[in-house]
Design a binder for this molecule. Structure first.
Ligand SMILES: *[C@@H]1O[C@H](CO)[C@@H](O)[C@H](O)[C@H]1NC(C)=O
Ligand SMILES: *[C@@H]1O[C@H](CO)[C@@H](O)[C@H](O)[C@H]1NC(C)=O
Ligand SMILES: *[C@@H]1O[C@H](CO)[C@@H](O)[C@H](O)[C@H]1NC(C)=O
Ligand SMILES: *[C@@H]1O[C@H](CO)[C@@H](O)[C@H](O)[C@H]1NC(C)=O
Length: 651
């Protein structure tokens, strides 16, 4: 059986079960609405917020069970509940649009009714929603397989063999093959859902919580602001790769091949004299994953804010369980019942977990702070704010004085140490911000139907080449659909630009709060550098974060930002100020080594017909170049029955 058939079969089973057991969940609710006054609207919303939270809670529980223990049983249950909830939501939308909200004076009522009238995919007719879910699961299983079967690190090999083996691995885990049509189907259905929501385009639904028309232009400006540093980082990494893998691996002035972008070579300290070795320091101090999660918790407690309650830790999963197959996508889930919050992540002892922990703990604290808001506002707050505040927390946790206090940093402040530390921080902030931007741009263009299915793959590589300086290591066919390998890419509910927006916001808030706390002097940044500022124990931070979080989604983010840090605009200059010492170091280094801080045009193909590629593969096999092997079938079997684990640290 083909993997897609498997998923379809499971889905079909779930659907049959559902149809046999048809219960009209919504019939008892809401009370009959005869006249549509503002007062009635308020009453309708009050009930709806409670009922919506209850239904969604049941769905989140089923989803949690599925994602933490992937099996036919849990998948069937999750799908069943998701169809029930979608039915309820459609019913309620029918009611919500009866209220003439344009005529109402109360802004809050208008806002809530507006939100309840937009459903996205669950708003599709039942049969189409089934097809949509099928397509989405199909793609999701493929992505999960990619992660679960990650190749093991290579040590003690000749650089040539190592390069080849990594390339082989990259090829082996290309799960997009033959998914072009599945993705296209998803796009078409999403567009139908958008028209039911009265959107001209589904991407407007995806971006709705930003409430900003020129968002794309604004995001571009943000990325342009940090791109000079990104280019320095990329050129520097390219140089290191070439030193090890030889002159053709990542040519000067050219691209980094995709299979080497996370190479450990690009993660070592730029100044070896003062090694940072963060994972080593964590282990030496006896840090476990759980203990890493206590650091952001401690940040909030130092501000007299509620930390994460024990009950949350008890239900959370911080490391993958070898006896279960789980999704490793990091999640902080608010179950909307005002008591159940959980974190799920496949953590390992490394710096990446510290950054993830900061966002996840922030997700829980956020949920608790906004718990008095109606449930619609708890679901529609701008996700990028969680990332932003999470990033802000992380910046204090990696400040030299906090690290020293934790015994994770030896030696006094020095430029060398700053460079190593900032390099580590940049890899965990600036790199993902720029990479995700390229991915999200592609996702939006593809979802908006601006790209024909035959051009999906080329558009994807064009974006990555232009923005990231990364190219496909080999010629590709248009059917390869390499975008399928990216996490979050196909998630129709995932907010685009969350990471990019959040990262810039984190640095901007960090600068503003450090000024307010007297820990950064913009006039004299050498006296109190921005990257040494630590915001633990600062009452001014506490007040501001509470204010920000308690609003939830009840106000546009621009308003929230203005009322807290005094501006409606995001600004990348705080990030550039923060990384000044690193930027200077990389600039000098790249000049000294003659590394060109730019990349030209790629010579690699992206849209070959399949047969051409096969010819090339055959050629390659004759010359000892690895030939793609596909193991999707095996993978799906494993995911549905088997036991695989993986971590979020790639080295
Ligand atoms: C993809 O499609 C091609 C051509 O239809 C087929 O030969 C190949 O087996 C398919 N691969 C997978 C993994 O389904
Ligand atoms: C979309 O617009 C139509 C016509 O104006 C209206 O009847 C319908 O209720 C709207 N639907 C939503 C979800 O707003
Ligand atoms: C996994 O299963 C084995 C054998 O059944 C058991 O010994 C072990 O404790 C289990 N591990 C976890 C984390 O539950
Ligand atoms: C937390 O509360 C204590 C005791 O009331 C107070 O001394 C301290 O300044 C507060 N800290 C912050 C960051 O508000």
């Amino acid at each position: 059986m083909q993997p897609s058939d498997l998923v379809v079969a499971v889905l079909a089973l779930a659907l049959v079960a559902l149809l046999l057991k048809q219960t009209d969940a919504a019939s008892a609710f809401p009370p009959e609405v005869k006249t549509y006054t503002e007062k009635e609207a308020r009453k309708f919303l009050k009930n709806l917020n409670l009922e919506w939270a209850k239904k969604t809670n049941a769905y989140y529980l089923a989803k949690w069970d599925y994602e933490t223990d992937i099996s036919r049983r849990t998948l069937g249950q999750e799908l069943k509940v998701s169809f029930e909830v979608a039915k309820f939501q459609k019913q309620q939308r029918k009611e919500a649009v009866k209220y003439p909200r344009e005529k109402f004076a109360d802004k809050d009522i208008k806002r809530q009714l507006g939100m309840y009238s937009k459903l996205g995919a669950p708003g599709l007719p039942d049969d189409k929603y089934v097809t949509f879910q099928n397509a989405a699961s199909d793609l999701a299983v493929a992505r999960r397989c990619n992660r679960d079967f990650a190749c093991k690190p290579y040590e003690g090999k000749q650089p040539d063999d190592e390069y080849r083996e990594k390339l082989h691995c990259w090829l082996r885990f290309r799960y997009g093959k033959n998914s072009t049509d599945t993705f296209h189907q998803l796009v078409e259905l999403a567009q139908q859902a958008a028209s039911l929501d009265n959107y001209t385009d589904f991407t407007r639904y995806m971006l709705r919580n930003y409430e900003q028309d020129d968002l794309l232009d604004k995001m571009k400006l943000l990325v342009d602001g940090v791109h000079p540093l990104y280019k320095q980082l990329t050129a520097y990494c390219r140089h290191r790769l070439r030193q090890h893998y030889g002159p053709n691996s990542a040519p000067n002035g050219g691209f980094i091949p995709d299979h080497l972008i996370d190479d450990p070579l690009c993660k070592t300290d730029p100044v070896p004299r003062k090694p940072l070795d963060f994972p080593g320091a964590l282990r030496a101090k006896g840090f476990t994953v759980r203990k890493i999660f206590f650091l952001p918790d401690e940040f909030y407690r130092s501000l007299n804010m509620t930390g994460v309650p024990d009950a949350v830790w008890d239900k959370s999963i911080l490391e993958s369980d070898a006896n279960k197959t789980m999704s490793c996508k990091p999640v902080a889930q608010d179950f909307l019942d005002n008591k159940d919050y959980r974190i799920r992540v496949c953590g390992t002892v490394c710096e990446k977990t510290l950054f993830a922990a900061s966002s996840l703990v922030t997700g829980v604290v956020y949920g608790m702070e906004m718990r008095s808001q109606p449930s619609v506002y708890r679901q529609t707050m701008n996700d990028a704010f969680v990332e932003g505040i999470g990033g802000l927390v992380a910046l204090s946790l990696v400040s030299p004085n906090f690290l020293r206090y934790q015994g994770l940093l030896a030696g006094d402040d020095s430029v060398e140490m700053d460079v190593n530390l900032l390099y580590m921080i940049a890899r965990n902030t600036i790199l993902p911000a720029v990479r995700r931007y390229a991915q999200d741009r592609w996702r939006l263009e593809a979802m908006s139907r601006a790209v024909a299915p035959r051009d999906y793959n080329c558009k994807y590589w064009d974006m990555r080449q232009e923005i990231e300086g990364v190219e496909q290591p080999l010629d590709r066919s248009w059917r390869d659909f390499d975008a399928a390998n990216l996490d979050l890419l196909m998630d129709p509910v995932g907010t685009p630009f969350k990471t990019t927006f959040g990262t810039i916001l984190a640095f901007q808030m960090h600068r503003q709060l450090c000024i307010m706390a007297g820990l950064f002097d913009a006039e004299d940044p050498t006296r109190l550098p921005l990257h040494r500022c630590n915001l633990l124990n600062q009452p001014v931070v506490s007040n501001l974060l509470k204010k920000m979080m308690q609003v939830g989604g009840s106000k546009p983010w621009q308003e929230v930002l203005e009322q807290t840090i005094g501006t409606k605009e995001l600004d990348p200059s705080a990030a550039t100020t923060y990384f000044q010492p690193l930027h200077k170091f990389l600039e000098d280094h790249n000049v000294r080594t003659g590394e060109i801080v730019a990349w030209g045009k790629s010579q690699k193909e992206c849209g070959l017909p399949r047969y051409k590629l096969m010819e090339k593969d055959a050629d390659g096999a004759a010359r000892g170049v690895p030939v793609p092997t596909l193991c999707l079938q095996q993978c799906v079997e494993e995911v549905v029955h088997g036991k695989v684990d993986s971590g979020i640290c790639s080295t």
